[in-house]
Design a protein around this ligand. Structure first.
Ligand code: HEM
Length: 328
């Protein structure tokens, strides 16, 4: 009887331990045994698409941010479920790159069906997008499951280009990202472009009674006005990192310091003593201090962002067959 009881206890302990393991967490190389070529396949699709269209890396980096900030990194932004689709939310305006994710998914379903989540494909693609743009190469954690919800109302707390620095900090804190993460992740604007749409208020209606944002460097203002004149087609685009829009580097922070920020929220990083000090820390150092690395710190913040609200383990979420639809 005693032996049986201890046998039951051992069995129970083993079950808990197996459940514990299978509940899982994100980890580097999650697909090493189940789909060893998963990351390479995604990388091939990212590179092919980026060679065809140099804007693709920026699309993919932004896509990961927008996925993670609504319902966690669960591929919810990829779903097409009619008028309520999350991707139609105002806060997701201009988000692109869905086709690259869908194409990689199709190949992965062919090679290892039902294994690799769409949320992970987005995270891997963002990593490869940074590397393709000559940014840091880092190990990406995987093991996310795809979510069951897509509703545009859930995106109403997306950071907005007109948010105050206080509100941006608040929105990042809600995702367990701190003020340093806010600065570093804003540094993602080292690649990519923005539509004039997001600049019009900053250029022409910033002050009561009209006028530009006084924080714009006077040497930069004429160039911005020339690209986005008052009657411009608001879809005209310009690089967010002046003079270095296709390369991942710390020029974005230098530009922000010098009044060459294009987005209002990037400029506002100088409005707050803490965020300003973080921006400055990448440029002001004595011989005694170790020079901080924007690239290395950006990676740490990206990994943190990639953990927001993730579903892991076989009992949570699902592995979609296609990325734009739930399985049932
Ligand atoms: C801090 C809050 C943020 C705000 C308010 C913000 C806002 C914006 C806006 C308005 C655009 C231009 C969109 C367009 O015209 O299509 C943009 C582009 C972009 N954002 Fe952000 N963003 C933020 C944070 C981030 C983060 C955390 C990432 C990634 C880690 C990111 C990556 C990008 C990229 C790569 C682009 C360029 C997209 C393209 O070229 O199509 N942003 N962002």
């Amino acid at each position: 009887m005693e032996i049986n009881l201890s046998g039951v206890i051992i069995m129970f302990a083993m079950m808990i331990s197996v459940m514990g393991i299978s509940e899982g967490r994100l980890k580097v190389g999650f697909y090493r045994n189940t789909c060893p070529d998963a990351e390479a396949i995604v990388g091939d699709f990212v590179r092919d698409a980026a060679r065809f269209n140099p804007q693709v890396p920026a699309f993919l980096l932004r896509l990961h941010f927008h996925d993670c900030f609504v319902q966690g990194c669960d591929g919810s932004i990829l779903i097409d479920n009619g008028a309520i689709s999350e991707k139609l939310a105002v806060g997701h305006q201009g988000v692109k790159g869905f086709d690259v994710i869908e194409n990689a998914k199709a190949e992965l379903e062919f090679v290892c069906p039902g294994v690799v989540s769409c949320a992970d494909i987005v995270a891997i693609a963002a990593r490869d997008a940074v590397a393709f743009s000559f940014g840091p190469v880092y190990e990406v954690e995987t093991g996310r499951r795809d979510g069951f919800v897509s509703n545009l109302t859930l995106a109403n707390r997306m950071p907005d280009s007109r948010d105050s620095i206080q509100l941006l900090k608040q929105k990042f804190f809600e995702k367990r990202l701190n003020v340093k993460d806010l600065v570093l992740l804003s540094g993602a604007h080292t690649i990519g472009t923005t539509a004039c749409f997001f600049l019009m208020e900053r250029l022409y209606n910033f002050m009561p009674g009209g006028g530009p944002d006084p924080s714009i460097n006077p040497n930069f203002l004429p160039e911005l006005i020339e690209t986005c004149p008052p009657n411009v087609d608001i879809n005209v685009r310009l690089p967010m990192d002046h003079d270095s829009g296709n390369t991942f580097d710390d020029h974005i922070l230098q530009n922000i310091r010098n009044g060459f920020a294009v987005l209002q929220t990037d400029a506002k990083l100088l409005d707050d003593p803490t965020t300003k000090q973080i921006v400055d820390s990448y440029f002001r150092f004595s011989n005694q201090t170790v020079r901080p690395s924007f690239e290395a710190d950006f990676v740490k913040s990206m990994v943190k962002m990639g953990r927001i609200g993730v579903e892991t383990g076989p009992k949570r979420g699902e592995i979609r067959r296609v990325c734009n639809a739930f399985n049932n």
